[in-house]
Design a protein. Structure first.
Length: 193
């Protein structure tokens, strides 16, 4: 098949390849996608993304793991795109850390007991690794780790299968990528039984 006339890659498949499904349901697996395959994002449903390949074949994938095709450099002085701007996520991480620190200080000072501390910190989820100019942040809202280069965010790894998944996040016969899959201590997705 030849490429559709309007095919314009918006993303590429991550270096480890990517599991794919016929519909946004892990019970309907299809052929996994090859590493670094250019694809066009054509639809989103939560964490799911429907992609189109150059040969007009389409499938559903975990959209959080797609790698965005770089666009031209931003125009100097232009505002950053909301989805690429790291500042809102940095602010959420800072807020979570501040709330945890306040509760920890109250616990240490005796103003809270263990149960009150647990109640006050329940639901707080944050993660951050800083290594010079490189920063990895946990985006709890989308259950993924993102890499920040100071100006934009890129998904590094997802900590759960796409939302709405009912079965294994990897189709039978397809090996998960160690580079993009975060697993629990028993090799399962965090939160699985």
């Amino acid at each position: 098949m030849s490429a559709p006339v309007d095919f314009r890659p918006t993303h590429v498949v991550p270096p480890g390849g990517l599991a794919a499904w016929e519909s946004p349901d892990t019970g309907r697996p299809t052929v996994p996608l090859d590493a670094l395959l250019p694809v066009q994002l054509i639809d989103r449903r939560g964490d799911w993304a429907r992609i189109l390949c150059a040969n007009a074949w389409s499938a559903w994938v975990d959209g959080r793991l797609l790698v965005t095709v770089p666009q031209g450099p931003p125009v100097p002085g232009a505002p950053l795109a909301r989805t690429a701007d790291p500042r809102p996520l940095l602010a959420r991480v800072q807020d979570m850390l501040s709330r945890y620190r306040s509760a920890a200080e109250d616990l240490a000072a005796g103003r809270l007991d263990g149960e009150a501390f647990r109640q006050r910190t329940q639901g707080l989820r944050a993660g951050m690794v800083v290594d010079g100019e490189a920063v990895w942040l946990y985006d709890a809202e989308h259950e993924r780790w993102v890499y920040c280069d100071g100006t934009r965010l890129s998904t590094f790894a997802a900590s759960a299968p796409p939302s709405g998944a009912r079965a294994s996040a990897v189709p039978p016969g397809a090996a998960p990528s160690d580079e993009t899959r975060v697993v629990g201590p028993n090799g399962d997705w965090p939160g699985d039984g």
